[in-house]
Design a protein around this ligand. Structure first.
Ligand SMILES: NC(=O)c1ccc[n+]([C@@H]2O[C@H](COP(=O)([O-])OP(=O)(O)OC[C@H]3O[C@@H](n4cnc5c(N)ncnc54)[C@H](OP(=O)(O)O)[C@@H]3O)[C@@H](O)[C@H]2O)c1
Length: 271
């Protein structure tokens, strides 16, 4: 797998699999149409297969994939791996985005000697704005890491950790993180209604504020703490709100507790 554009097999074209597929096809990140194994393909997936963009549930044959991207849910692993087996050669690398499936557990089923990368993406991948952090076993070569980088960078930012135990914390911060941000939008909108705004306007304000602040954080050279200080005049309205949010037991304490709970659950699931 020396080339940066690999022959890919995608196992599972659900939400995450489809996000990855969209990114690869739009960025021309693959060598030829990918094989997609998906027992209940959507009409959009079938249309792509008919247009020759991908090969849907084919028989295994020549041109074995260099890398298999595993994007099925844990309960579908046994059936998924059974469907996958005819496509594997001893050299096929695995890139798994399945939450809670450790490198060792993947190796136990797919072969201890196999190059295996475990990655944790998040749902903004669906709009090309995800972030994925990966870890690899010792069989993964630098060239294979490069290939994984190419596949994952098609849907957003990328990073690596050497210690697999950190994937639980990554899961807690960025894997589950979009849910915290969506909750923030909901809470701000509800609080706006409580402060007298019509519901539709409150939701519009909350949504646009989170989106705009995210974009500002992305484009600005200043860290978030400075951006926060920039909207906080002494004795002003923002200061009044932050005195509540930053009080002992406030948002920082809640977020620390929430992320610790998510990381603990991630460890439990991996066991
Ligand atoms: N969504 C996220 O935020 C997120 C973030 C990080 C990691 N992940 C991981 O990504 C994986 C997929 O999650 P998802 O949200 O995309 O789930 P999903 O939408 O349920 O997608 C899983 C897909 O795999 C298909 N599948 C089931 N059995 C199969 C088989 N035998 N062979 C091939 N495909 C099969 C499913 O088909 P059916 O519908 O017919 O069952 C479904 O289309 C999970 O392991 C999850 O932990 C997800």
């Amino acid at each position: 797998m020396a080339s940066e554009s690999p022959r890919v097999l995608l196992l599972g074209a659900g939400r995450m699999g489809t996000a990855l597929l969209d990114g690869w096809l739009s960025k021309h990140a693959l060598k030829g149409p990918p094989v997609v194994l998906e027992p209940t393909p959507t009409s959009a997936l079938k249309a792509r297969a008919n247009a020759g963009e991908l090969r849907l549930n084919p028989q295994a044959g020549a041109n074995a994939p260099e890398i298999v991207v595993v994007a099925v849910k844990p309960q579908s692993f046994a059936a998924g791996f059974a469907a996958l087996k005819p496509f594997l050669t001893p050299k096929t690398a695995i890139l798994s985005v399945a939450a809670g499936k450790t490198v060792a557990s993947l190796g136990a089923v797919l072969g201890e000697d196999r190059p295996i990368v475990r990655a944790m993406p998040n749902t903004p991948a669906a709009v090309g704005r995800g972030i994925t952090v990966s870890c690899a076993n010792a069989r993964v070569t630098p060239a294979q890491r490069g290939v994984c980088d190419g596949l994952l960078a098609a849907v957003g930012e990328i990073g690596w950790v050497e210690d697999e135990a950190l994937i639980d914390a990554v899961t807690a911060v960025s894997g589950s993180g979009p849910a915290y941000v969506f909750l923030l939008i909901e809470c701000m909108a509800e609080a706006g209604v409580a402060a007298g705004l019509p519901a539709e306007l409150a939701m519009r304000l909350a949504r646009a504020t989170v989106i705009g602040s995210g974009e500002l954080a992305r484009l600005s050279r200043d860290p978030p703490a400075v951006l926060r200080q920039n909207v906080t005049s002494p004795g002003g309205t923002t200061r009044a709100a932050l005195d509540v949010l930053m009080a002992p037991g406030g948002l920082a304490a809640l977020m620390t507790k929430a992320i610790a709970a998510a990381a603990a659950r991630s460890r439990e699931l991996a066991e």
